[in-house]
Design a protein around this ligand. Structure first.
Ligand code: NAP
Length: 472
């Protein structure tokens, strides 16, 4: 029996679909799963009649693969990855290559790349986005590690990835944990966009009394615009149209309003705070999920803490696409991307990742959850100016901000008047308003810091560092 071209560890939702993708693209595969029944079930089911073999020990798995071995681990992030590396390492030989395709913390990947490379094994930390369907049909993949290790898996991942006009949705991201860092930020942006669309929905529902089916029509209009056309807007329309088979009513209205967060949104925010990058839209999307989880408390609080009474809000009409909400969504989504990219740029500087932002925008155009037509504009912006300090300064984006800021402002002020929370809309507005303000009030913060702690300050009218005895 010929040896397999590709090995997969972890037959979960993603692993199963990725190995079917690899096999369809001509890579005979060997699969291993911690729980052997899953391997048996897979080989008897979706994996039957294909160039896929099972293995029931790591030694058997390794023996069945051609050298140098290319092994993708698609398992739970964290200790499971370290344990699997430790268990498989004794069977690996020089030049073999392990790929972690899960959502690992980028600093863990930094450590593993250094460790494994020092033992002459290749190690790639690869973000994979696209969910089950993307994994099967073509995901977006963000591999990081040494360039040599990438070259060793290039033909495999280029064939497996989604394709857009200008190529496959995979490219070499950079050294160390850069692939997982980029995937983390991808997920942070995804959190932001999901919350933004949820805020637009809430405003349509509670602020304008619009039914889900009509909202779906509005989302359909939005999805036909260059600025909003995206996978997430498309599936929001589908969600709003879907009816509960039993009651016949809109299914969304029967779903518990609690959203968890698995880590990548939180890691985006933690990294941003550590690196001194403002990501308020993304931060608020994480906070919104945290507050949503206090469901029992919120139910009690509603009868204790009172908001304003019913009122008529000016949010446009479904016929005009709910113009203020549309503009608020467009600019808030742009703010999410701008913040995520600013974080990538700073991480690139700190960790010497040498990230190519235009290249990252290119591989996010297809296969992944944040794929959107807007990414072509983002790619163009960074192709024209790789040093652009903020996406919103690109001329096309700046024109969008100037045209749509009144709409975002109106949506936020109507929400504030009505007592409907719009944390991401408000954070995006404040982000843009802060960024476009030449003189912020931090002069007073500096005065206070110098007053109580002699922290000193700088002046705008002369060079130097100053201290004042404010309390004398
Ligand atoms: P899943 O369906 O929950 O499957 C988890 C897999 O991990 C199973 O094969 C499980 O084996 C294995 N596993 C768990 N703990 C293990 C351990 N200690 N040692 C060895 N194997 C262990 O997971 P998934 O959704 O495919 O996700 C896999 C990875 O991809 C995760 O890091 C996830 O965050 C990431 N990811 C998921 C998606 C998505 O849409 N689902 C998208 C992108 C990335 P058993 O069968 O023995 O339990």
């Amino acid at each position: 029996m010929a040896k397999g071209h590709f090995g997969l560890i972890g037959l979960g939702v993603m692993g199963e679909n990725l190995v079917l993708n690899a096999e369809r693209n001509g890579f005979s595969s060997v699969v291993y799963n911690r729980t052997p029944q899953k391997t048996e079930e897979f080989l008897a089911g979706r994996g039957s009649g294909k160039q896929i073999e099972g293995a029931y020990s790591l030694q058997e798995f390794v023996d069945k693969l051609e050298r140098p071995r290319r092994i993708l681990m698609m398992i739970k992030a964290g200790q499971a990855i370290d344990d699997t590396i430790a268990s498989i390492s004794p069977y690996l030989e020089q030049g073999d290559l392990l790929i972690d395709g899960g959502n690992s913390l980028y600093s863990d990947t930094e450590r593993r790349v250094a460790e494994l490379e020092s033992r002459s094994f290749g190690y790639i930390g690869m973000g994979v986005s696209g969910g089950a369907k993307g994994a099967l049909e073509g995901p977006s993949m963000m591999p990081g590690g040494t360039r040599q290790a990438y070259e060793d898996i290039r033909s495999l991942v280029e064939r497996m990835a989604a394709k857009v006009d200008d190529g496959p949705c995979v490219t070499y991201i950079g050294p160390g944990g850069s692939g997982h860092f980029v995937k983390t930020v991808h997920n942070g942006i995804e959190y932001g966009v999901e919350q933004i669309l949820a805020e637009a929905y809430d405003m349509m529902k509670r602020g304008a009394g619009i039914e889900p089916a009509v909202m779906a029509d509005v989302l359909g209009q939005w999805n036909s615009m260059e600025e909003l056309s995206s996978y997430l807007v498309e599936i929001t329309e589908v969600c709003l149209r879907t009816r509960d088979p039993e009651s016949g009513g809109p299914l969304t209205e029967l779903i518990l309003d609690v959203a968890g967060q698995k880590g990548t949104g939180l890691w985006t925010v933690i990294s941003a705070l550590e690196m001194g990058v403002a990501v308020p839209t993304i931060y608020e999307s994480v906070n919104a999920r945290v507050l949503s989880s206090l469901q029992a408390e919120r139910v009690k609080a509603e009868s204790v803490l009172h908001g304003p009474g019913p009122m008529t809000l000016d949010l446009g009409t479904p016929g005009n696409g709910m113009a203020p909400l549309r503009d608020a969504s467009i600019l808030s989504i742009m703010a999410s991307y701008a913040q995520g990219i600013a974080l990538l740029q700073e991480a690139s500087r700190i960790h010497h990742y040498d990230l190519n932002i235009a290249g990252i925008a290119q591989i996010w155009k297809g296969g992944c959850i944040i794929r959107a037509r807007l990414l072509q504009r983002i790619q163009d912006a960074y192709r024209q100016n790789g040093e652009l300090p903020n996406l919103l300064l690109d001329p096309w984006f700046a024109e969008q901000v100037n045209r749509r800021l009144p709409g975002l402002r109106q949506a936020v002020s109507e929400a504030v008047r009505a007592g409907i929370p719009v944390p991401c809309f408000a954070a995006s507005l404040n982000y843009i308003d802060s960024y476009r303000t030449a003189r912020l009030p931090q002069n007073l913060v500096q005065a206070m810091r110098d007053c109580f702690g002699s922290h000193t300050y700088q002046r705008i009218d002369r060079e130097g560092t100053f201290h004042t005895e404010w309390l004398s």
